[in-house]
Design a protein around this ligand. Structure first.
Ligand SMILES: *Cc1c(COP(=O)(O)O)cnc(C)c1O
Length: 367
C-alpha cells in the first residue's frame, strides 16, 4: 500500500466497538436481553417525536434545513438566548469534533480528565493536537490540577459535568473559581449531556457564563433524557464569536431533517420528559440500595447511570456472565477501570432483572 497515513491518525484508538444486540444474543444463546450499557432512555423515544417523524417521512427526498431554523427559534426562545448563539450537530459528539477542527492546530493542546468521555482525546488527536489527561481525584474532576496543566499551547478544556463514567459533578462555586483562573484564550467546553438528571439546585446555568470574558461552550444532547440517541442531534450554547467559528467548519447539512423534527416535538413533550426524570430518580435510588446490599460499591451519581466497583471481580468477566443472563452492562476496561462496570438505570422491570442477574452471578460465580 502506498497510503501515507499521518502518524497522529495511526496513533488514534478507535472508539470501543459494540456488537449489535442481535449478534450478542446469537453468540451467547440468549434472547430478549436488556441493554443497560449506553446511558440511553429505557422509556423509549418521546411519542410526540415519533408521531412528528412519521408525518415527515414523505419529505425525505429534500435536503434538511441547513440552519435548523425552526428548531433554533424554538430553543432560543425557550432558553432566553439569541439564535446565533446555538449550534446544532449530528449529536453533541460532532460539536466536540467541530471545536477541535476550529481551535486545534498540530502541536496545540487540549486538557481532559482521565477517565472521562473517550471522545475528547480522540477529537484533539485527530487534528494533530496533544491531549493532556488529568487523573480524577476521588472520582471527580480535579479542577486545580487541570489549571496546573494549562500551557501557552492549551486551546480547549473538556469537562463533562456530570462526568461519564463516574456520574460526579462539581459545584457552582468550584466551577466559578476555576473559570476565573482559566486564561482568556482557552475555550472551556462544559459537556452537559446528563444535565437533565442533576438534582435541582445543583445544576449549573451555563447561560450565566457564555457571555462572560472566559470563552465557554455548553453542550446538551437529545440522546439521553429525550430518548433520541438514534436520531443523532445535540447542540451547543456559546457566544456569537465561537458560534461563528464553528459555523465555518460545520458541514452544511449536518443535522438530518427527521432529527430536527423529532427534537422540536420532544421539546414539547413535557409528559415524556417528566416521566423520564421520575423513572431515572426512582431507579438510581433503588439500584443504589440494592447494589450495596449485594456487597457491590456503587459511586454516588448525579446522572442516569452508576459506576459500580465489583467486589473483587473482573469487569470483563462480570460483563460476560451478565450477558449470558441477558443483561448488557458496560465493562470499564477501556476507561482504565478493569474491576468496574457502568450500569444505566432502566425501567422498574429492567432494574429488577438486572439485580436478579447480578445476585445470581455473585452467588454462583461468573461461569
Ligand atoms: C452521551 C454523551 C454525549 C452525547 O453524545 P451525543 O453525540 O449527543 O449522542 C456527550 N458527552 C458525554 C459525556 C456523553 O456521555
Amino acid at each position: 500500500m502506498k497510503l501515507k497515513i499521518p502518524e497522529h491518525i495511526k496513533n488514534l484508538i478507535p472508539y470501543p466497538p459494540g456488537k449489535p444486540i442481535e449478534e450478542l444474543e446469537r453468540e451467547y444463546g440468549v434472547s430478549g436481553s436488556i441493554k443497560m450499557a449506553s446511558n440511553e432512555n429505557s422509556l423509549g423515544p418521546s411519542p410526540k417525536a415519533q408521531a412528528a417523524i412519521a408525518k415527515a417521512l414523505q419529505d425525505l427526498h429534500r435536503y434538511p434545513d441547513g440552519s435548523c431554523y425552526y428548531l433554533a427559534h424554538k430553543l432560543a426562545a425557550r432558553l432566553g438566548v439569541e439564535r446565533e448563539q446555538l449550534i446544532f450537530a449530528n449529536g453533541s459528539d460532532e460539536i466536540l469534533a467541530l471545536l477541535a477542527e476550529a481551535f486545534i492546530q498540530p502541536g496545540d493542546e487540549a486538557i481532559s480528565s482521565h477517565p472521562s468521555f473517550l471522545v475528547y482525546p480522540k477529537v484533539t488527536q485527530a487534528q494533530g493536537g496533544i491531549n493532556r489527561g488529568v487523573p480524577l481525584r476521588d472520582m471527580r474532576h480535579d479542577l486545580p490540577a487541570i489549571l496546573n496543566e494549562i500551557t501557552s499551547r492549551t486551546r480547549l478544556i473538556f469537562l463533562d459535568n456530570p462526568n461519564n463514567p463516574t456520574g460526579t459533578i462539581f459545584s457552582r462555586m468550584e466551577f466559578e473559581d476555576f473559570l476565573a483562573q482559566v486564561p482568556e484564550q482557552v475555550v472551556v467546553v462544559l459537556d452537559e449531556a446528563y444535565w437533565d438528571f442533576v438534582e435541582v439546585g445543583q445544576q449549573l446555568d451555563a447561560r450565566s457564563y457564555i457571555n462572560g470574558d472566559r470563552p465557554l461552550v455548553s453542550l446538551r444532547t437529545f440522546s439521553k433524557a429525550y430518548g433520541l440517541a438514534g436520531l443523532r442531534i445535540g447542540y451547543g450554547l456559546m457566544n456569537r464569536e465561537i458560534a461563528d467559528c464553528l459555523n465555518r467548519v460545520r458541514p452544511p447539512f449536518n443535522v438530518n431533517s427527521l432529527a430536527q423534527i423529532g427534537a422540536m416535538a420532544a421539546l414539547d413533550d413535557d409528559e415524556h420528559y417528566t416521566k423520564t426524570l421520575a423513572m431515572t430518580r426512582d431507579g438510581i435510588v433503588w439500584l443504589g440500595e440494592q447494589f450495596r446490599r449485594l456487597g457491590l460499591r456503587p459511586y454516588p451519581t448525579q446522572a442516569n447511570f452508576f459506576l459500580v466497583e465489583l467486589a473483587g471481580l473482573d469487569g470483563q468477566t462480570f460483563y460476560k456472565a451478565m450477558l449470558r443472563r441477558g443483561v448488557i452492562v458496560r465493562p470499564m476496561t477501556a476507561y482504565g477501570y478493569p474491576d468496574f462496570i457502568r450500569i444505566t438505570a432502566g425501567t422498574r422491570a429492567e432494574n429488577r432483572r438486572l439485580l436478579a442477574a447480578a445476585a445470581e452471578v455473585l452467588r454462583e460465580g461468573t461461569a
